[in-house]
Write a protein that binds this ligand. Sequence first.
Ligand SMILES: [Fe+2]
Length: 217
Amino acid sequence: MVAELKVQEIYPTPLWLMDLDEKTRTRLNRDLLKKIHALTEPKPVLPVGGSWQTDPMLQELSEFEELLGLIRKAAKGALDFLQVEYDDFEITSCWANINPTGGKNSSHTHPNNYLSGVYYVAVPKGTGSIDFKDPRVQASAIMPPVKERNAFNGNNVTVPVMEGRLILFPAWLNHEVPVNRGDKERVSISFNIMFTRFTETISPTLWRKGSAPVRMD
Ligand SMILES: [Fe+2]
């Protein structure tokens, strides 16, 4: 008798998605759009493929507090899911992106942070996706043809995006935003999350007192 073949997932990579209800996202996005355009005027001429961005300090502006509260809620949920022990976390940077027709964001990570994410303010029809690259670069060494793509045999995951969707992911995960092929602007707000007082609370060696991070205070 042939034994049953079981599959176990090891080192899975999480993405967290939070979708606002229609009434909330319509109201919030209308408000955010006005504020983002006010912060980016006058808009300089862009190079081909370029995007406009605000200063990455929106987390310091009280007028963005409603969105910042949602970001903190999502981040807490992710840290709870991961069962991370920590004192506190903070939004270390937050900025808006306006991708006009032809605009894109090339593949990148967000160094010096634990989590990163993006919230979608305006997603014109046909422009909504973000690509996440397989962080296991060795896994692409041999890629035979497959009958059907699944979580185990691809090296790129395309996540559809929509207005009012917040996506959170590990800051080390490579991602890119495809070219906006629509005729309207795609607008999003990106952010980073890091542990507050990282060196005092997380950095001390794990092995000094069992497996839990050593608290220095
Ligand atoms: Fe990014």
